[in-house]
Ligand binder design. Sequence first.
Ligand code: PLP
Length: 399
Amino acid sequence: LSLVAERLNVVRPSETKAMTARAAELRDQGVDVITLSQGEPDFDTPSAVCEAGIRAISDGRTKYAAVAGIKPLREAIRDSFGREHGLDYSIDQITVGCGAKQVVFNALFATLDPGDEAVIPTPCWVSYPDMVALAGGRPTLVACDEFHGLKLRPEALEAAITPRTKWLMLNSPCNPTDSVYSRGELLALAAVLRRHAHVHVLSDDIYEKLTYTGDFATMAAVAPDLYRRTLTVNGMSKADAMTGWRVGYGAGPLALIKAMNLIQGQTSSHTSSISQYAAIEALSGGRDHIEEFASAFLQRRDIVVAKLNQAEGLSCLVPDGAFYVFPSCAGVIGKRTPAGKVIETDTDFAMYLLEDFAVAVVPGSGFMASPYIRISYASSLEDLTRACDRIIAACAALS
Ligand code: PLP
């Protein structure tokens, strides 16, 4: 009898974590590895936010709290949805979890019966297909092409929907492609969704504040008639540099939020009360740090894209948001390394970059799209420049 449950057979090992682990091993051996595989800002949490956390501890706010999240935080979230998107949620329609990750998982676990489907445009965030499968559902992966900015087309959505489709999972700006859906693109998808009343939208807006085109749009606001069918997810990790604090939130139909809270009540109960007080400060304070972070990311993006497009065999779209670039490495497939190994996949290429040039990136296969690599530019300009030079040299060394 196996100790580990069969249900875990559907979960793939995380490629991001595998790369990070190998990079750490090499570093322990004294190799100067530059890690561009991490999905977190290199900035510190703003000091006012940290102070709010410290204050929460000194004030004794260290006990169990409400499962859905403390009331003042849900009020701050409600206000921010209203202020920024004209979205009107009551605090009962808001749930706070241990990061956006738990919120997404709760939503899927609360809704997917065996055989139910979730449409996931690919490339997609590594966790979506596994979370859907773990919840008992079936991920319907829909490949998006570069010609359309790696974004889901309405006709592809129409073709992917079946009577068992419960969710369309949208992520804009997208990890890993950094593509941003415009208002018009969302409206075109909304037109399809109107014909299929049984499909709900999970809009993962975690990179909202890191949109460089200035026209971030979210489904519940763009298509008010779909508000009742949309769960809008966001969180503090990315734009507020609070990855370790573990605060994410979702807002949507009351019945769904109640079901999600039921799961949370029997699993984590709630995220740390201290983190929740810190999140209030992040959401309600000036949030000036976001502008600072976004302009630093924008500068790095331009340098990284320009450099990567000099690398033989790589081609890189200019991304519109987040802090990743997702160059195609189709031009290196089939080439030979100096050691004589043929690069057959993007995983081979990522391994070659790590083992021979000490740069850690994530292969596109982890994001259900090949042949690509994902590079995070949430690192210092100096490291990014050194890493890009190594990548250029690595490509030039192939024959
Ligand atoms: N959604 C996307 C698209 C992400 O890239 C991430 C983190 O990498 C998350 C959600 C989860 O963020 P967190 O759980 O830290 O809020």
